[in-house]
Design a protein. Structure first.
Lengths: 260, 258
């Protein structure tokens, strides 16, 4: 009895995985060679990073507020309500902040990159760039991948800070805690081992969002329908990758003794 | 196969700018190019005529390296396209211009930015005044100086085609590829585009490959015509040769036109 057969779906999955790996590899080979597209890189950092700030700030604030309000009753039951700032701080910095911010980022930026490049592909703008001697991989792809890789960690740190502020507001809905006492308690519960792995993994989240968005857009076809598919699949695949990277990151941090 | 002897003139004594040898390309089971051969000589307008889906666009895309042929060789300005590294290919492409059927203007950029983009990239360090004069010259060539600050979405089909031509010509290429330059245009605008193709050849001494199924375009622009049928060069000659042919497959192009 055959335990496993190579169906069309399996083949497609293997092909897709190989193609994305090849695409990411091309980024290191082609994208890292001069000439460097500094102007386009700065433009993309502005569009990808700065323009995402309001959304990330809003979701960060709500994330901190809601987490605090939902944790509070359980902590009261166990009589450890005073530990609320530490617990919220650790949850936000280690896991909730990076993952939620990355997912929001994948939704906003992954889809936008997929749709933009997909639309350029189907209207032959990428071909036009290539045939005029401008390497579209360097100009369009490398700049976007570097921008997402650099901007997501910054956005995550900002989202963490705003989430902690939201948590402070949440704590003060039911009790009165001073700003300095709240943040002293938060930072007492945190050390570098909490912050560092969490920030490092966001570089990988950003890289995944950039690579997947660019790959889907760059290989888009089938006209406007293809553009929609590129945008949609960029979000779905990068979200799945974020969870896989998170799973790997927590295992590695555990092996290195950073989770204690 | 009804091959017609070439009466294109004494082209053999001119230097070749494009040589295509035994080109073969298929998509699945559909053979698009089957042992296709082509030579383009300097300052010559070669029209590749064929029905929709006959592989004309695939041919030019193979020549400029946008598609890889399954077998065969393509030499452009003496360089074997298949052996060039990415950077070398980019450098070669600065000597080529390409007018896309869809125009392929960068839709997020204005006309000025569309024209400025290749200039800034390839002629680094050029003064802004000089860049402006290049843009003005390109727009004057196509008679659309007033559109400089417009977006591609604000242009009509004919205007967009002319701006795309201005962009293709701005680096003063040695060879220019026209992919269906008159497709979807009204007869008056199509005639203007044909006149522009000839003007560009006269002014900048370019060699061209023009892909079309529009017989008016063939009549006005072709020095030599190749008829692409079932992946092969079915005939080669001048427009007159085509017109005088009694071959059914050739005559149908004129019948459809009339």
């Amino acid at each position: 009895m055959k335990l496993w057969t190579l169906t069309e779906g399996n083949k497609e999955f293997i092909n897709e995985t190989g193609s994305i790996t090849k695409f990411a590899n091309r980024f290191f080979i082609v994208g890292m060679k001069p000439r460097y597209e500094f102007k386009e890189l700065l433009t993309q950092c502005y569009l990808i990073g700065y323009k995402s700030l309001p959304l990330v700030a809003l979701t960060g604030f709500i994330m901190g507020l809601v987490l605090t309000m939902q944790l509070r009753p359980s902590l009261i039951v166990y009589g450890v309500e005073s530990q609320l700032p530490e617990m919220v701080g650790i949850s936000i910095v280690r896991e909730v902040g990076p993952v939620i911010t990355a997912l929001i980022f994948a939704g906003k930026i992954g889809s936008s990159i997929g749709a933009e490049l997909g639309s350029m592909k189907v209207t032959e703008q990428i071909d036009a760039m290539e045939v005029s001697g401008i390497n579209p991989f360097k100009f369009l792809v490398a700049t976007r991948i570097i921008s997402t890789t650099l901007m997501l960690p910054i956005l995550t740190v900002l989202a963490d800070a705003i989430a902690l502020f939201g948590s402070y507001i949440g704590v003060n809905i039911n009790s009165v805690t001073s700003f300095s006492l709240f943040f002293t308690q938060v930072f007492q519960g945190l050390d570098l081992n909490d912050l560092l792995p969490a920030v490092i993994k966001t570089f990988f989240f950003g890289f995944a969002v950039g690579v997947v968005g660019c790959y889907k857009g760059f290989n888009s076809n089938k006209g406007t329908k293809g553009v929609g598919i590129a945008a949609n699949s960029a979000v779905v695949l990068s979200s799945v990758l974020i969870f896989i990277i998170d799973l790997l990151a927590v295992q590695i941090a555990d092996l290195m003794g950073l989770n204690y | 196969m009804g091959t017609i002897e070439s009466t294109a003139g004494s082209s053999e004594d001119k230097s070749t700018v494009i040589v295509v040898e035994h080109l073969y390309k298929k998509f699945g089971d559909n053979v698009v190019l089957d042992d296709f051969n082509l030579k383009v000589f300097t300052q010559e307008n070669v029209v590749v005529l064929g029905k929709s889906g006959s592989g004309k666009s695939v041919l030019v895309k193979c020549i400029v390296g946008l598609m890889k042929p399954d077998s065969g060789r393509v030499y452009v300005l003496g360089e074997d396209i298949a052996t060039l590294k990415e950077d070398e290919l980019d450098l070669l492409r600065t000597k080529l211009g390409f007018l896309f059927q869809s125009n392929a203007l960068y839709d997020s950029m204005t006309v000025r930015e569309n024209l400025e983009f290749p200039v800034r990239r390839h002629w680094e360090g050029m003064e802004q005044a000089e860049i402006d004069s290049k843009i003005t010259e390109a727009l004057e060539n196509v008679g659309l100086e007033d559109t400089i600050d417009m977006l591609p979405s604000e242009l009509s089909g004919g205007m967009a085609k002319r701006i795309a031509l201005a962009r293709a010509m701005i680096l003063k290429p040695e060879i220019i590829f026209y992919d269906e330059p008159t497709a979807g245009l009204d007869p008056v605008t199509a005639r203007e585009i044909n006149a522009l193709i000839l003007k560009m050849k006269r002014k900048y001494h370019t060699s061209s490959i023009i892909i079309t199924h529009d017989m008016e375009c063939v009549k006005h622009t072709a020095d030599r015509v190749l008829l692409l049928l079932e992946g092969k060069c079915y005939m080669e000659g001048t427009y007159k040769d085509l017109e005088q042919s009694t071959d059914k497959k050739i005559k149908q192009f004129f019948e459809l036109e009339s």
